[in-house]
Design a protein around this ligand. Sequence first.
Ligand SMILES: Cc1cc2nc3c(=O)[nH]c(=O)nc-3n(C[C@H](O)[C@H](O)[C@H](O)COP(=O)(O)O)c2cc1C
Length: 270
Amino acid sequence: MELKEVIGRRRTIRFFLPHRPVEREKIQKMLEAARHSSCVGNVMNVRGVVIWRDQASESLLKALTPPLGYQQMQTAPVFIFWYNERAAYQIDKWIDDLYGLVRARRIGTSVEGTIAEIDKRLKPIFSMGWEASSVSPLAFMDMGLAIAQATLVAYDEGLGTCMMSSPRIERIGKMLNLPETAVPVAVQAVGYPAESWEAGGQTPKPPLGELFHEMSHGQPFEADPAVAEELKDARMCQDTAPLPWRDAELQYLIRALGLEDRILAVEFGT
Ligand SMILES: Cc1cc2nc3c(=O)[nH]c(=O)nc-3n(C[C@H](O)[C@H](O)[C@H](O)COP(=O)(O)O)c2cc1C
Protein backbone atom coordinates (compact mmCIF):
# COMPACT_ATOMS: atom_id res chain seq x y z
CA MET A 1 0.00 0.00 0.00
CA GLU A 2 1.16 3.54 -0.66
CA LEU A 3 2.09 5.52 2.45
CA LYS A 4 -0.73 8.04 2.02
CA GLU A 5 -3.31 5.26 1.83
CA VAL A 6 -1.88 3.60 4.96
CA ILE A 7 -2.25 6.92 6.78
CA GLY A 8 -5.81 7.15 5.47
CA ARG A 9 -6.74 3.62 6.52
CA ARG A 10 -5.29 3.97 9.99
CA ARG A 11 -7.97 4.48 12.54
CA THR A 12 -8.24 3.09 16.00
CA ILE A 13 -9.59 -0.45 16.05
CA ARG A 14 -11.24 -1.64 19.25
CA PHE A 15 -12.71 -5.01 18.19
CA PHE A 16 -10.21 -7.71 17.24
CA LEU A 17 -10.54 -11.31 16.05
CA PRO A 18 -9.70 -13.17 19.28
CA HIS A 19 -9.16 -16.49 17.47
CA ARG A 20 -6.71 -15.15 14.87
CA PRO A 21 -3.13 -14.98 16.12
CA VAL A 22 -0.84 -12.22 14.90
CA GLU A 23 2.21 -13.56 13.10
CA ARG A 24 5.44 -12.95 14.99
CA GLU A 25 7.04 -11.46 11.88
CA LYS A 26 4.39 -8.74 11.70
CA ILE A 27 5.19 -7.67 15.25
CA GLN A 28 8.88 -7.72 14.35
CA LYS A 29 8.17 -5.40 11.42
CA MET A 30 6.35 -2.99 13.75
CA LEU A 31 9.31 -2.99 16.14
CA GLU A 32 11.76 -2.46 13.27
CA ALA A 33 9.71 0.55 12.18
CA ALA A 34 9.99 1.95 15.70
CA ARG A 35 13.73 1.24 15.73
CA HIS A 36 14.18 3.34 12.61
CA SER A 37 12.39 6.38 13.98
CA SER A 38 13.92 9.79 14.51
CA CYS A 39 14.76 10.97 18.02
CA VAL A 40 16.81 13.56 19.87
CA GLY A 41 20.54 12.94 19.24
CA ASN A 42 19.76 9.37 18.16
CA VAL A 43 19.58 8.39 21.85
CA MET A 44 16.76 5.88 21.09
CA ASN A 45 14.87 6.02 24.36
CA VAL A 46 11.86 4.12 23.01
CA ARG A 47 11.33 0.66 24.51
CA GLY A 48 8.56 -1.89 24.22
CA VAL A 49 7.61 -5.22 25.74
CA VAL A 50 5.51 -7.50 23.52
CA ILE A 51 2.89 -9.38 25.49
CA TRP A 52 1.19 -12.34 23.80
CA ARG A 53 -2.19 -12.89 25.41
CA ASP A 54 -1.91 -16.68 25.28
CA GLN A 55 1.35 -16.58 27.26
CA ALA A 56 0.33 -13.90 29.76
CA SER A 57 -0.88 -14.64 33.29
CA GLU A 58 -4.33 -13.54 34.38
CA SER A 59 -2.72 -11.16 36.85
CA LEU A 60 -0.59 -9.51 34.15
CA LEU A 61 -3.59 -9.05 31.86
CA LYS A 62 -5.54 -7.61 34.77
CA ALA A 63 -2.74 -5.18 35.56
CA LEU A 64 -2.47 -4.15 31.90
CA THR A 65 -6.17 -3.40 31.64
CA PRO A 66 -6.87 0.33 31.29
CA PRO A 67 -10.22 1.86 32.25
CA LEU A 68 -11.24 2.54 28.64
CA GLY A 69 -10.29 -0.83 27.30
CA TYR A 70 -13.18 -3.25 27.66
CA GLN A 71 -13.51 -4.38 24.05
CA GLN A 72 -9.76 -4.34 23.35
CA MET A 73 -8.85 -6.31 26.47
CA GLN A 74 -11.51 -8.91 25.71
CA THR A 75 -10.39 -9.47 22.13
CA ALA A 76 -6.80 -8.41 21.28
CA PRO A 77 -4.27 -11.26 20.97
CA VAL A 78 -1.18 -9.05 21.43
CA PHE A 79 -0.24 -5.97 23.40
CA ILE A 80 2.85 -3.79 23.19
CA PHE A 81 3.76 -2.06 26.41
CA TRP A 82 5.67 1.08 25.42
CA TYR A 83 7.97 2.85 27.82
CA ASN A 84 10.56 5.60 27.87
CA GLU A 85 14.06 4.47 28.94
CA ARG A 86 15.41 7.52 30.75
CA ALA A 87 18.92 6.03 30.86
CA ALA A 88 19.14 6.46 27.08
CA TYR A 89 19.63 10.18 27.76
CA GLN A 90 22.43 9.64 30.33
CA ILE A 91 25.06 12.21 29.47
CA ASP A 92 27.99 9.93 28.56
CA LYS A 93 25.73 7.77 26.42
CA TRP A 94 24.12 10.81 24.82
CA ILE A 95 27.52 12.19 23.89
CA ASP A 96 28.60 8.75 22.59
CA ASP A 97 25.47 8.65 20.45
CA LEU A 98 26.38 12.06 19.05
CA TYR A 99 29.91 10.82 18.30
CA GLY A 100 28.26 7.87 16.53
CA LEU A 101 26.29 10.26 14.34
CA VAL A 102 29.50 12.11 13.52
CA ARG A 103 31.37 8.88 12.65
CA ALA A 104 28.44 7.77 10.50
CA ARG A 105 28.77 11.14 8.72
CA ARG A 106 25.18 11.99 9.66
CA ILE A 107 26.08 15.28 11.38
CA GLY A 108 28.90 17.67 10.76
CA THR A 109 31.25 17.71 7.84
CA SER A 110 34.54 16.69 9.44
CA VAL A 111 34.84 14.03 12.14
CA GLU A 112 37.54 15.61 14.27
CA GLY A 113 36.19 19.15 14.06
CA THR A 114 32.65 18.12 14.92
CA ILE A 115 33.75 15.95 17.86
CA ALA A 116 35.80 18.88 19.20
CA GLU A 117 32.75 21.15 18.84
CA ILE A 118 30.54 18.63 20.69
CA ASP A 119 33.08 18.37 23.53
CA LYS A 120 33.56 22.09 23.88
CA ARG A 121 30.11 23.52 23.17
CA LEU A 122 27.46 20.82 23.66
CA LYS A 123 28.74 18.56 26.42
CA PRO A 124 28.82 21.28 29.13
CA ILE A 125 25.23 22.30 28.35
CA PHE A 126 23.86 18.77 27.98
CA SER A 127 25.64 17.69 31.21
CA MET A 128 23.51 20.12 33.18
CA GLY A 129 20.21 19.14 31.64
CA TRP A 130 20.21 15.49 30.62
CA GLU A 131 18.06 14.28 33.51
CA ALA A 132 15.36 16.85 32.75
CA SER A 133 15.68 16.07 29.04
CA SER A 134 15.01 12.38 29.69
CA VAL A 135 11.44 13.17 30.76
CA SER A 136 10.93 16.33 28.72
CA PRO A 137 8.25 16.79 26.03
CA LEU A 138 10.91 15.96 23.44
CA ALA A 139 11.60 12.57 25.03
CA PHE A 140 7.93 11.69 24.76
CA MET A 141 7.85 13.03 21.23
CA ASP A 142 10.64 10.53 20.45
CA MET A 143 8.28 7.84 21.73
CA GLY A 144 5.37 9.16 19.67
CA LEU A 145 7.38 9.20 16.47
CA ALA A 146 8.51 5.61 17.02
CA ILE A 147 5.06 4.35 17.92
CA ALA A 148 3.51 6.17 14.95
CA GLN A 149 5.89 4.37 12.58
CA ALA A 150 5.13 1.01 14.20
CA THR A 151 1.42 1.74 13.98
CA LEU A 152 1.52 2.57 10.27
CA VAL A 153 3.41 -0.64 9.55
CA ALA A 154 0.75 -2.57 11.48
CA TYR A 155 -1.97 -1.18 9.18
CA ASP A 156 0.17 -1.83 6.12
CA GLU A 157 0.33 -5.46 7.29
CA GLY A 158 -3.46 -5.70 7.58
CA LEU A 159 -3.53 -5.34 11.37
CA GLY A 160 -5.39 -2.85 13.52
CA THR A 161 -4.31 -1.27 16.80
CA CYS A 162 -5.62 0.72 19.72
CA MET A 163 -3.34 2.82 21.88
CA MET A 164 -4.46 2.76 25.49
CA SER A 165 -3.55 4.98 28.40
CA SER A 166 -4.00 4.10 32.01
CA PRO A 167 -3.41 5.73 35.37
CA ARG A 168 -2.57 2.19 36.59
CA ILE A 169 0.26 1.73 34.10
CA GLU A 170 3.00 2.60 36.63
CA ARG A 171 2.06 -0.44 38.66
CA ILE A 172 3.11 -3.09 36.20
CA GLY A 173 6.78 -2.13 35.96
CA LYS A 174 7.81 -4.84 38.42
CA MET A 175 5.68 -7.52 36.75
CA LEU A 176 7.54 -6.86 33.49
CA ASN A 177 10.96 -6.55 35.18
CA LEU A 178 11.37 -3.02 33.91
CA PRO A 179 14.45 -1.14 35.13
CA GLU A 180 14.06 1.70 37.64
CA THR A 181 14.81 4.12 34.81
CA ALA A 182 11.69 3.09 32.84
CA VAL A 183 8.80 5.51 32.46
CA PRO A 184 5.72 3.56 31.30
CA VAL A 185 3.81 5.43 28.59
CA ALA A 186 1.03 3.42 26.98
CA VAL A 187 -0.25 -0.02 26.03
CA GLN A 188 -1.09 -0.76 22.40
CA ALA A 189 -3.54 -3.52 21.57
CA VAL A 190 -2.71 -5.22 18.26
CA GLY A 191 -4.64 -7.74 16.22
CA TYR A 192 -6.66 -8.48 13.12
CA PRO A 193 -9.75 -6.28 13.09
CA ALA A 194 -13.06 -8.01 13.74
CA GLU A 195 -14.54 -4.82 12.32
CA SER A 196 -14.41 -4.15 8.61
CA TRP A 197 -11.24 -2.21 7.87
CA GLU A 198 -13.36 0.92 7.39
CA ALA A 199 -14.47 0.60 11.03
CA GLY A 200 -17.41 2.82 10.22
CA GLY A 201 -15.41 5.53 8.49
CA GLN A 202 -12.36 7.70 9.04
CA THR A 203 -12.30 9.32 12.46
CA PRO A 204 -13.50 12.93 12.18
CA LYS A 205 -10.82 15.57 12.76
CA PRO A 206 -10.99 19.37 13.06
CA PRO A 207 -10.40 21.34 9.85
CA LEU A 208 -6.76 21.98 8.85
CA GLY A 209 -6.95 25.73 9.45
CA GLU A 210 -8.18 25.18 13.00
CA LEU A 211 -5.08 23.18 13.89
CA PHE A 212 -2.34 24.80 11.84
CA HIS A 213 -1.29 28.38 11.32
CA GLU A 214 0.92 30.33 9.00
CA MET A 215 3.49 32.89 10.18
CA SER A 216 1.70 33.46 13.48
CA HIS A 217 -1.00 32.01 15.64
CA GLY A 218 -4.41 33.20 14.54
CA GLN A 219 -3.64 33.11 10.85
CA PRO A 220 -5.03 29.76 9.74
CA PHE A 221 -3.04 27.75 7.20
CA GLU A 222 -5.00 28.13 4.01
CA ALA A 223 -5.86 24.77 2.50
CA ASP A 224 -5.96 24.39 -1.29
CA PRO A 225 -9.12 22.46 -2.29
CA ALA A 226 -7.22 20.91 -5.21
CA VAL A 227 -4.74 19.34 -2.78
CA ALA A 228 -7.62 18.08 -0.67
CA GLU A 229 -9.03 16.38 -3.80
CA GLU A 230 -5.62 14.91 -4.60
CA LEU A 231 -5.44 13.42 -1.10
CA LYS A 232 -8.92 11.96 -1.51
CA ASP A 233 -7.77 10.27 -4.70
CA ALA A 234 -4.68 8.97 -2.89
CA ARG A 235 -7.08 7.62 -0.20
CA MET A 236 -5.44 9.59 2.60
CA CYS A 237 -8.66 11.50 3.21
CA GLN A 238 -11.61 9.13 3.28
CA ASP A 239 -15.32 9.10 4.08
CA THR A 240 -15.80 10.28 7.63
CA ALA A 241 -17.45 8.25 10.36
CA PRO A 242 -20.14 7.22 10.92
CA LEU A 243 -20.93 5.41 7.67
CA PRO A 244 -24.64 4.53 7.37
CA TRP A 245 -24.14 0.88 8.30
CA ARG A 246 -21.99 1.47 11.40
CA ASP A 247 -24.74 0.93 14.00
CA ALA A 248 -25.64 -2.39 12.41
CA GLU A 249 -21.95 -3.38 12.37
CA LEU A 250 -21.54 -2.53 16.05
CA GLN A 251 -24.60 -4.62 16.96
CA TYR A 252 -23.23 -7.48 14.90
CA LEU A 253 -19.81 -7.18 16.58
CA ILE A 254 -21.04 -7.33 20.14
CA ARG A 255 -23.25 -10.34 19.34
CA ALA A 256 -20.55 -12.17 17.37
CA LEU A 257 -17.89 -11.56 20.02
CA GLY A 258 -20.20 -12.09 23.01
CA LEU A 259 -19.44 -8.65 24.42
CA GLU A 260 -21.41 -6.40 26.72
CA ASP A 261 -22.53 -2.95 25.62
CA ARG A 262 -19.92 -0.96 27.54
CA ILE A 263 -16.52 0.68 27.14
CA LEU A 264 -15.17 0.67 30.71
CA ALA A 265 -13.10 -2.39 31.62
CA VAL A 266 -12.42 -1.15 35.13
CA GLU A 267 -13.44 1.97 37.01
CA PHE A 268 -11.09 4.96 36.93
CA GLY A 269 -9.14 5.14 40.17
CA THR A 270 -9.16 1.37 40.90
C1 LIG B 1 -1.82 8.11 23.79
C2 LIG B 1 -3.18 7.58 23.45
C3 LIG B 1 -3.95 7.01 24.43
C4 LIG B 1 -5.21 6.48 24.13
N1 LIG B 1 -5.94 5.85 25.11
C5 LIG B 1 -7.07 5.19 24.76
C6 LIG B 1 -7.76 4.38 25.71
O1 LIG B 1 -7.34 4.22 26.86
N2 LIG B 1 -8.88 3.74 25.31
C7 LIG B 1 -9.37 3.86 24.04
O2 LIG B 1 -10.41 3.25 23.75
N3 LIG B 1 -8.75 4.62 23.13
C8 LIG B 1 -7.61 5.27 23.44
N4 LIG B 1 -6.91 5.98 22.50
C9 LIG B 1 -7.44 6.07 21.13
C10 LIG B 1 -8.02 7.44 20.87
O3 LIG B 1 -9.27 7.57 21.49
C11 LIG B 1 -8.14 7.61 19.36
O4 LIG B 1 -6.84 7.61 18.84
C12 LIG B 1 -8.85 8.90 19.00
O5 LIG B 1 -10.22 8.76 19.24
C13 LIG B 1 -8.62 9.27 17.58
O6 LIG B 1 -9.08 8.24 16.74
P1 LIG B 1 -8.19 7.61 15.62
O7 LIG B 1 -7.02 6.93 16.30
O8 LIG B 1 -9.07 6.62 14.93
O9 LIG B 1 -7.73 8.71 14.73
C14 LIG B 1 -5.68 6.55 22.80
C15 LIG B 1 -4.90 7.14 21.80
C16 LIG B 1 -3.65 7.63 22.13
C17 LIG B 1 -2.80 8.21 21.00
